[in-house]
Design a protein around this ligand. Structure first.
Ligand SMILES: NC(=O)c1ccc[n+]([C@@H]2O[C@H](COP(=O)([O-])OP(=O)(O)OC[C@H]3O[C@@H](n4cnc5c(N)ncnc54)[C@H](O)[C@@H]3O)[C@@H](O)[C@H]2O)c1
Length: 377
């Protein structure tokens, strides 16, 4: 089979998503229920691209969508997918973390803070059907250091958007929440009560970031009940993939991949046995596409149900990058959650979403992306 994974990645705004209409998903699965082989991906992308485009243009309304955070990691992939599905997209992003290179040239872009009063003009001009909200202060540690700033972006910013949705008759609000930072039990040092956590797991966030995400979910409920604004909350596990920022504190895959490709030595906090649920960005995008077609208000987990520890991640990325470095362990970060994993069977039942990209395939795509970036491609 011809391997087109490189060309998929080097094209500026290629289709790095697996679209919803899966002809026969079983043929792409391995024993874990996920896509097994990276070499299967390109053909798969192409077939599904054709089918989603046909479906979108012939049978679906072309939507006007505002994507906040559309210059960032996840928001830029969602923008690409919405545009490829025939919708028109306006992006607002202050470029505090996002970059110009991520912005799809077919989207209209405003560099503006979501808290800015001038956002009102963008709503008035855009007459949006849907708002997909991905802009945020995303750094958990920063939220601990400066909870007021965190709340100002993640709560006041959201309220600015919601008030404008109310005033301009937006029909749906899609919100990027977190499954990694709200399920926990303070008496057990932030650990989940059970594994994997479904949407009914108690929500007891132990960081200002988690609190603002949960508070936004509550505001969404309020705006839906009182002002009839439907919402979809997607509680993501640990999202990884091309375009993830390798400079922050989060995004361990991007950090390890870039460092190893540059011949550096990444470190592991503690014994590296802490687990997370790593979900590929293309799968997250597909949930955001499916959310457009669902007309009830709902909260869905987006994860794989599979726990992977940091040592395993380190060693898989080491092989993919052909790095010579060995595990380097530093003292554990105080208060770090030991295990986090999500049960996404609700969205499977309701929308037919399941993760399609297995960790090895997703890691390979991610490493290829950073390799091309380092080589200036
Ligand atoms: N990456 C993950 O694993 C993960 C997990 C759970 C939830 N999320 C949520 O998904 C969303 C996207 O995360 P990401 O990983 O793509 O992060 P990101 O930093 O790449 O994207 C966030 C974008 O928001 C923009 N932004 C920040 N503050 C802004 C402001 N005040 N006004 C306008 N734009 C602003 C940034 O410039 C950036 O482009 C966030 O809401 C995040 O909380 C991410």
């Amino acid at each position: 089979m011809c391997d087109m994974s490189n060309s998929l990645l080097t094209a500026q705004h290629s289709l790095l998503v697996v679209y919803p209409a899966i002809p026969n998903p079983e043929c792409f699965r391995d024993g874990t229920g996920l896509l097994a082989h990276i070499s299967d991906l390109p053909k798969y992308f192409i077939n599904l691209t054709i089918s989603v485009n046909r479906y979108s243009f012939n049978e679906r309304k072309k939507l006007k969508i505002l994507v906040t955070g559309g210059a960032g990691f996840i928001g830029s992939h969602i923008t690409d997918a919405y545009i490829n599905a025939g919708h028109s997209v306006v992006i607002i992003d202050d470029l505090s973390m996002g970059v110009q290179a991520n912005i799809n040239p077919k989207a209209k872009f405003y560099q503006i803070d979501i808290r800015d009063a001038a956002v009102k003009d963008i709503f008035e001009r855009g007459k949006f059907d849907v708002v997909n909200h991905h802009a945020a202060q995303v750094d958990v540690r920063k939220s601990v250091d400066d909870p007021m700033f965190d709340a100002s972006v993640n709560i006041i910013g959201v309220l600015n958007l919601l008030e404008n949705c109310k005033a301009s008759g937006v029909m749906k609000f899609i919100f990027a929440s977190t499954g990694g930072a709200i399920y926990g039990e303070p008496r057990l040092r932030g650990e989940q009560d059970y594994f994997p956590a479904d949407e009914n797991h108690p929500v007891r966030p132990l960081s200002p970031y988690g609190i603002t995400k949960l508070a936004t979910e509550k505001y969404l409920f309020y705006y839906e009940q009182i002002f009839n604004l439907p919402y979809i909350v997607l509680r993501y596990a640990n999202v990884y993939g091309p375009r993830q920022n390798p400079h922050g504190e989060a995004g361990v895959v991007a950090i390890f991949a870039k460092k190893m490709l540059e011949g550096g030595q990444p470190h592991i906090n503690g014994d590296g046995k802490q687990t997370r649920d790593y979900v590929f960005v293309g799968d997250v995008v597909r949930a955001n596409l499916l959310a457009l077609d669902y007309n009830k208000s709902e909260i869905f987990n987006i994860g794989t149900g599979i726990e992977t520890d940091v040592n395993i991640l380190f060693n898989r990325i080491k092989i993919l990058t052909k790095s010579a470095c060995d595990e380097l362990h530093l003292p554990p970060k105080k208060g770090e959650q030991l295990r986090s994993v999500l049960d996404a069977s609700k969205i499977k039942k309701v929308l037919g979403w399941t993760p399609q990209v297995a960790l090895d395939g997703g890691l390979k795509l991610t490493v290829e992306f950073f390799k091309n970036k380092i080589n200036g491609k």
